[in-house]
Design a protein around this ligand. Structure first.
Ligand SMILES: C[S@@+](CC[C@H](N)C(=O)[O-])C[C@H]1O[C@@H](n2cnc3c(N)ncnc32)[C@H](O)[C@@H]1O
Length: 283
């Protein structure tokens, strides 16, 4: 592992440094966009875009909602001292149509957004200070067939089904640069248990860092994502028992408070929901 890991704050940080980053973020973005994102995660995203991102590749966000994560990433990009980075754009992918089943009613009430209605105009308003530097891809993520730039930082907050997770891995992970970061917002939570079995199955592609910021796990790619369709089908064909064993093994990687949330996630693991498309993956 490179010696700059601590310096680059990939590991849990002391309170003092955290407060300093939070203050810089607040200065850049005094009004926070409402969102499905914890307060510490916002600070971490700001930090990652400001300090970890070097502008060697694209910054991509999957799952933007009203723009809370976009704001934190754009705030960090703007304050990034490296010219190549601070002039970079953020590519954001979202369907931008609200569905009540996400359980975000408190926020959507604020904006008068109702189920089945688009909310891209609200996103644009919320991101107004940065909008010229955001490339908006309004689409169902399952319909995205490719992304042709190398990716240095990938923020994932859309893997709400295993099919989406597999699709993201097909389309975006092959573009992630070795040494690039995947910030997985759906990780330290008691649901979406398949994300944990999937992560463990492909664990040799990543180094893992827990910045101690809400649900986000930071993964750094250590070798080219070259997972073949056969290998992905091996994963897809796993039984519930196999996936639970993987989840159990993954849990041993993390200590402290994380044990409890990952333990609950393991208990919540349900039988794999495998679609036709997944069975025929890559064929
Ligand atoms: C948890 S929210 C993202 C929260 C956001 N990162 C924030 O900071 O508030 C998940 C997002 O995924 C999007 N989404 C869900 N399914 C999708 C799909 N199939 N294709 C594209 N976007 C999708 C939703 O529109 C929603 O904005």
């Amino acid at each position: 592992m490179p010696s700059d890991v601590q310096e680059k704050w990939l590991m849990p940080v002391d309170e003092e440094s955290f407060v300093a980053v939070r203050q810089a973020f607040s200065k850049r973005c005094p009004e926070k966009v409402p969102g499905a994102l914890g307060p510490k995660e916002r600070v971490y995203l700001y930090y990652a875009a400001k300090e970890l991102f070097e502008g060697r590749g694209a910054m991509v966000e999957l799952g933007a909602f009203l723009g809370a994560s976009s704001q934190a990433l754009m705030g960090g990009l703007t304050d990034n001292p490296c010219a190549a980075a601070s002039s970079s754009k953020l590519h954001t992918f979202d369907i931008f149509y609200y569905d009540d089943s996400w359980g975000q009613q408190e926020i959507t009430k604020l904006y008068n957004i109702v189920s089945g209605q688009p909310f891209l105009d609200k996103y644009r308003e919320n991101l107004a200070p940065f909008i010229d530097r955001i490339v908006i891809h309004q689409t169902d993520i399952l319909k995205v067939s490719g992304f042709d730039e190398g990716i240095e930082l990938l923020f994932v907050d859309v893997a709400k089904t295993e099919e989406i997770l597999v699709h993201i891995s097909d389309v975006f992970l092959p573009q992630l640069q070795v040494g690039g970061y995947c910030l997985n917002q759906d990780f330290f939570m008691t649901g979406l248990s398949y994300i944990k079995s999937f992560t463990e199955f492909f664990a040799d592609y990543f180094e893992f860092f827990d910045p101690g910021c809400d649900a986000t796990l930071v993964m750094r790619l250590v070798k080219k994502w070259d997972v073949s369709p056969d290998r992905m089908r091996d994963y897809i064909a796993l039984s519930l028992e196999d996936k639970m064993s993987l989840h159990k093994r993954l849990n041993t990687r993390f200590g402290g408070d994380r044990q409890q949330v990952l333990g609950e996630s393991l208990k919540n693991m349900s039988a794999p929901f495998v679609t036709e498309k997944m069975i025929n993956h890559g064929r």
